[in-house]
Ligand binder design. Structure first.
Ligand code: ZN
Length: 399
């Protein structure tokens, strides 16, 4: 068999073709990012905002239209002359789905590629007891939603709690939902539905949601601390999700803070997550009352008679403040978004958490950082996760 050397004209031609394909894809990715950030834009605006030439923008838009990622619409009739048609993310002619698997409730939502989620396009089901029942329920909910979708479905983002090993492509274990241990519901659903599905650690998904659709647009160093059921952390460092060797970085919830504390879902005792979350506050309130409360019942009780639970509120406030301070000290984010219902979701209680953070964080690191309650949701995170995957699978980011 004859071999072609690297300097042979045929080999050089092949290299050039690979280079031009890659460049074309990078340009398309750049345009997608501009359209995602700016909303509907004319080709002239895209040329100005992307820094690409007009012919390159024109070619890239044609390719994105062909791939079904963007669609055109007529501009409002207010400008003089002949305004160009606007290009936007495909909101009517294409869709993605987001699935949030959580300990108590699962949520399934459909959205256009603009990522706008609505209650009409959302289903919620109690989390089934077995993995088989979970898959069957998710499949049937997805099929129902897909029945109402017009146009091409590009993929499904599946947000899961627990430790996700990206190298092994499985959930290693999920402390608060053990039926997910050693499973990959994304690949199982892809097989059942025939649609690409991507597995997302829920805190990473929250980070992507905040970056793509929330207040973190344009930020390169920020973090999201999820203090709802478990205590999860997603960190965006230099514009990239911090993954570690296998994608398992950021497990701040399993730092031991009380060596003799209660047993955590991970098997250890006294983990930060057993004391700093909504679930921790619900447990402490339930213990005080001598009966099990749901999250909603605990929220209602705190609204009616918070004074009865001062000790429980103080305990969880203190530990959540320590968790926030640890993240600020270790990762030096410009903004830290905190996700949760009972403390982060209540303005007055969150102010008290922030007062304690001042006591716990290094002053210089805290001076660099804004701590706010996130307005994004796990549902939005799952949608952002699949959109991030679709963009990343096409071309690398060059920013
Ligand atoms: Zn633990």
């Amino acid at each position: 068999m004859s071999r072609i050397g690297a300097d042979h004209p045929d080999a050089r031609g092949r290299e050039n073709r690979v280079e031009s394909t890659l460049l074309r894809r990078i340009n398309e990715r750049r345009l997608l990012e501009v359209i995602q950030q700016q909303g509907p834009s004319s080709r002239a605006a895209l040329t100005r905002l992307s820094g690409l030439t007009a012919p390159t923008v024109s070619k890239a838009v044609e390719s994105l239209l062909k791939r079904g990622l963007v669609e055109e619409l007529d501009p409002l009739e207010q400008s003089l002359g002949r305004p160009g048609r606007l290009v936007r993310m495909a909101a009517e002619s294409a869709a993605v789905l987001g699935i949030v698997i959580d300990a108590e409730v699962c949520c399934i939502a459909a959205a256009g590629l603009d990522g706008k989620v609505t209650e009409e396009q959302t289903r919620r089901i109690p989390t089934p007891d077995t993995y088989g029942a979970l898959l069957a329920a998710l499949e049937s909910q997805c099929r129902e939603l897909l029945g109402g979708v017009t146009g091409r479905v590009h993929g499904i983002g599946v947000s899961v709690p627990g430790l996700v090993n990206e190298r092994l492509e499985e959930i290693v274990f999920s402390p608060n939902l053990h039926l997910l241990d050693k499973r990959n519901p994304a690949s199982d659903l892809a097989e059942r539905l025939g649609i690409p599905c991507v597995l997302l650690q829920e805190s990473d998904a929250l980070c992507l949601g905040e970056q793509l659709y929330g207040d973190a647009r344009g930020l390169r160093d920020f973090a999201v601390l999820d203090a709802s059921m478990g205590l999860g952390l997603g960190v965006m460092s230099g514009g990239q999700l911090l993954a570690g060797h296998s994608g398992m970085a950021g497990e701040v919830g399993h730092i031991t803070v009380d060596p003799d504390g209660i047993r955590c879902g991970c098997g250890n005792r006294g983990c930060l997550e057993t004391l700093a979350t909504d679930a921790a506050l619900v447990r402490l309130m339930s213990e005080k009352l001598g009966r099990a409360l749901t999250l909603d019942a605990a929220a209602a009780l705190l609204g009616e008679r918070a004074a009865d639970f001062q000790h429980e509120l103080r305990t969880v406030t203190e530990y959540l403040a320590s968790a926030i301070a640890a993240v600020i000290n270790i990762f030096n984010p410009t903004t830290l978004y905190v996700h949760g219902m009972l403390l982060a979701g209540n303005e007055e209680r969150f102010v008290r958490v922030l007062e304690r953070v001042k006591q716990r964080a290094l002053t210089a690191s805290l001076a660099d950082c804004t701590v706010v309650a996130t307005r994004s949701s796990k549902r939005q995170g799952a949608i952002a996760g699949i959109m991030h995957h679709l963009t990343n699978a096409w071309a690398p980011s060059i920013r």
